[in-house]
Design a protein around this ligand. Sequence first.
Ligand SMILES: [Zn+2]
Length: 434
Amino acid sequence: MPSLLSPSLLLTYAFAAALVAGLLLKFWLASRQARHVAQHRGAVPAPFAARIALTAHQKAADYTLARTRFGLLQLAFGSAVLLGWTLLGGLDVLNQALLAWLGGGMLQQLALLGCFALISGLLDLPAQLYQTFVLEQRFGFNQMTPRLWLADLAKSTLLGALIGLPLAALVLWLMHAAGPLWWLWAWAAWMGFNLLLMVVYPLFIAPLFNKFQPLADEALRTRVTALMQRCGFTARGLFVMDGSRRSAHANAYFTGFGAAKRVVFYDTLLKQLSGDEVEAVLAHELGHFHHKHIARRLVALFALTLVGFALLGWLSTRGWFYTGLGVVPNLSLEGSAPNDALALLLFLLAAPVFTVFLTPLMAQLSRKHEFQADAYAAAQADGGQLASALLKLYEDNASTLTPDPVYARFYYSHPPATERLARLPAAPLQGATP
Ligand SMILES: [Zn+2]
């Protein structure tokens, strides 16, 4: 008996220990961040004093503090829910109830995934509502009406079901029918699905939520086209997205592959930045393409997912994987009641508890890429204009200029303002906001 029990108990301990360690680490980081931002709330850091008003600096501090505090609440709640699903037996109860109702089979497994997604979504709703209508609202960022919010929710739930259920059915079928190497097939299916989504998303899904109009500003179009030619890029189109329907936060991005690339500007970005600055921001994005960051990230993601699927392939055949995470597997009913959906859910729930410790590595790599893209922008466009654009975006998005260095090391995908601007020419003052 002990030899049967010990791997299971070991997994329980490892899971609980990683969860607690992760929680302590995140609480420590968040408290550092809050303390640091609060301590520097009183004065704009010297390098930015000429450009950023004290009121804007203090708004950024208050916004950062409010979000950090809310993040801690969400962290505590999310961890309780995770424990509820796993060690406290929530997933087991749901699985048994659905087994009793539907018997074992594909329908029961899809129902298990569907119910799990639905319950998780419902548990998330209060936090989402608070974030949009209280937190973002208080700082003047929210532009959503409750009606638009509900329409978004209905659309994304429907889309999730339409896309997610067939994909889940395919993966479950492969797990059941494709033999011991099912995880290789499932990985290939998942990869194909992701590539397909990259093509389908900008053409069919994004337009369900936003309006995309060809960039009408002739002068801006000319200079953006010239920049792209200079850098050796082709794009299928330049579009403006009505990001202002939902939020005052600004952004710009690329979608699609190769020559089918589309450039999308948020209307909020075009409103905040001058033509020179937009050009510099776009040159930064082109820098990511020039250095093949996007392709490399995709390859890294696929490689990591392969490791994940292989691990899942092995774990799903071990009884202790289920019992160690609070679920009784259907071993006695082998064949008639497969455990595939259970294995998938347990893996998706447990893996982040362990992979969270890789966050600083990913963040470090991402920051390196940002520096490279900035250097490219400074070479192909005007680095001073990029600095000016970044400052405006920091100010308009109320991003703090004084994050805690350790917090930034751990989480930040983009270098903190001081480090990033130090490597660019000084922002021209004539572009300063009045
Ligand atoms: Zn970037």
